[in-house]
Ligand binder design. Structure first.
Ligand SMILES: Cc1ncc(C[n+]2csc(CCOP(=O)(O)OP(=O)(O)O)c2C)c(N)n1
Ligand SMILES: [Mg+2]
Length: 528
């Protein structure tokens, strides 16, 4: 078979059922076989969209998301999305053609020639692998899936030279490599359990790395009577109406104080990064037990007293086993709920301006709803710590890398992965313009996807920061297009909403509509 067929058939053998792509001349040898396969193709309208949709698909399905683009500019267009996936530990596979093996000369003006495409991608992802023969493709796909899923999930790239795509060879279709999950050494687990058994004021911090350990997080919290705070990516891992939930406002001063006063803090699958904590590293007077699949990460930002290099669910199952049945320490649970009301109070103050909007949205959403956001004030000051979510990986947000334009295409990927769950995209008027073309992708797929554009007339946060630095804002006051009309032009429904009172009702309609709906929400008093 050809290199193109080998690639498609090996992907299918590794469980790929959807590809987010854009065809071009150089990847025709892949598309030919994709068309003949059972893999679904979802057309994006810009390669950034391919990458963000694959990211949203991966976060929600728990399986790698695949983006397929052509060479050169198409690959570079996808790089911001790969950077986001890297920073948030999301398994995304970028497939692209590359310059031919028998490239006649450097700089010969070949269509899409990039000085060093593979090196450009390699600088951003875990590994960029340029294969050099058809027979290598099966192993390359297997290795890519191992790189994406064996340890810390990360994006990878496979580049197939254009001439290899059309070359014939005997090919074996590979099966996925069976993987075992890493577990921590028993003596380290015993040390951690001993600390916890003695603890009077335990606490738990949960990141995106705990997304497959939600039942264990809940059991540990209830066993210890420990409150749980999550990072943005961990939001919803413990249902946010649980009495032990402190929510996802890890940056709040009350959370920093709660952390400082824990005698033992268990941090699970979180890098404790400044993009979550905002106000510098936490002060920790007690002991830190850290669980992380990545032995390099486990030392960063806070050095643990006990380091459990392990799959999160494994380590927590072992700790629960060692702690035994026992009953919740009543005093500690009471203390935890006291902290919860303090933290929720601070969060509500910070998000006060959007209180009604958030309440309206919350009333309409099911418990397993998925919300995709962007780097907009409404998302990070409003939704993050104030919109209750109840499932792991239900808040799709560009945390560490902070790229704009993430939310809409990520929501497309999420809705493709989970068509029966409610998915809502919530973005700023500035951010949505970065990937507005993906409305057309969502419309073509007939996705019942509400896209709420919160319009404060420009780059609100940046405007605010310019004011703070004492100069006249430049390049931040942006006259908005008629987003509703723009949505309609791209095949969606579109309405303009002035005032919170209609938001809930319009959102409810959009969630069951026959296509996406742009809800252009004119914000009254913007804080930024
Ligand atoms: C790709 C990218 N380019 C630029 C920025 C810088 N940036 C951060 S927030 C922001 C303003 C976003 O405006 P909007 O989406 O309307 O949200 P608002 O601040 O108004 O709430 C900008 C330009 C970024 N984060 N990502
Ligand atoms: Mg704005």
């Amino acid at each position: 078979m050809t290199g193109g067929e080998a690639l498609v058939r090996n992907l299918a053998a590794h469980g790929t059922d959807v590809v987010f792509g854009i065809p071009g001349n150089h990847n025709l040898g892949i598309y030919e076989h994709l068309a003949a396969s059972s893999i679904r193709h979802v057309l994006a309208r810009h390669e950034q969209g391919c990458g963000y949709s694959a990211d949203g698909y991966a976060r929600v399905s728990g399986r790698p998301g695949v983006a397929l683009v052509t060479a050169g500019p198409a690959v570079l267009n996808a790089l911001a999305a790969l950077g986001q996936a890297y920073s948030d530990s999301v398994p995304v596979l970028l497939l692209s053609p590359g310059m031919p093996l028998r490239h006649p000369a450097r700089g010969n003006g070949h269509l899409h020639e990039t000085k060093n495409q593979q090196a450009a991608v390699d600088a951003v992802v875990k590994v960029s692998h340029r294969v050099t023969s058809v027979s290598e493709i099966g192993d390359a796909v297997s290795q890519a899936f191992v790189d994406m899923t064996a340890g810390r999930p990360r994006p990878v790239h496979i580049e197939v030279p254009i001439d290899v795509l059309d070359e014939f060879a005997d090919v074996e279709i590979r099966r996925p490599v069976p993987l075992t999950k890493a577990s921590a050494p028993p003596e380290e687990l015993t040390r951690a359990a001993a600390l916890l058994a003695e603890s009077a004021r335990p606490g738990i911090v949960v990141g995106g790395g705990a997304r497959f350990a939600a039942p264990q997080i809940r059991r540990l919290a209830e066993r210890l009577g420990a409150a749980v705070v999550t990072s943005t990516n961990g939001k919803g891992t413990l249902p946010e109406d649980h009495s032990l939930s402190l929510g996802a406002g890890a940056h709040l001063p009350a959370v920093a104080e709660w952390v400082r006063t824990r005698d033992v803090l268990v941090a699970v699958g979180t890098d404790l990064g400044s993009s979550d904590l905002w106000n510098g590293p936490w002060q920790l007077d007690g002991s830190l037990v850290r669980i992380d699949i990545d032995p390099r990460q486990i030392l960063i930002n806070a050095r643990p007293n006990v380091a459990l290099v392990s799959d999160a669910a494994h380590a927590l199952d072992s700790l629960l086993g060692l702690l035994g049945e026992g009953s919740t320490i009543a005093g500690s649970a009471r203390e935890a709920t006291g902290w919860a009301s303090r933290v929720h109070g601070e969060a509500a103050e910070e998000g006060a301006l959007w209180h009604r909007e958030i309440q309206m949205i919350s009333e309409v959403l099911d418990r397993d709803a998925i919300v995709a956001g962007d780097s907009a004030a409404f998302c990070y000051y409003g939704l993050r710590a104030n919109l209750p979510l109840y499932e792991p990986a239900s808040f799709l947000y560009p945390t560490g890398y902070g790229t704009l334009g993430y939310g809409l295409p990520a929501a497309v990927g999420a809705k493709v992965a989970a068509p029966d769950r409610q998915v809502v995209a919530l973005l700023g008027d500035g951010g949505v313009m970065f990937t507005i073309a993906e409305l057309a992708s969502a419309a073509a797929e007939r996705l019942a996807l509400p896209v709420i554009v919160v319009d404060n007339g420009g780059y609100g946060q940046i405007r605010h920061n310019m004011h703070r630095r004492g100069y006249s804002p430049l390049g931040v006051d942006i006259p908005s297009p008629d987003f509703a009309a723009l949505g309609r032009a791209l095949g969606c429904h579109g309405i303009t909403i002035d005032g919170a009172e209609h938001l809930g009702e319009e959102l409810a309609k959009a969630l069951v509509a026959d296509r996406p709906t742009v809800l252009h929400y004119l914000e009254g008093d913007s804080p930024v």
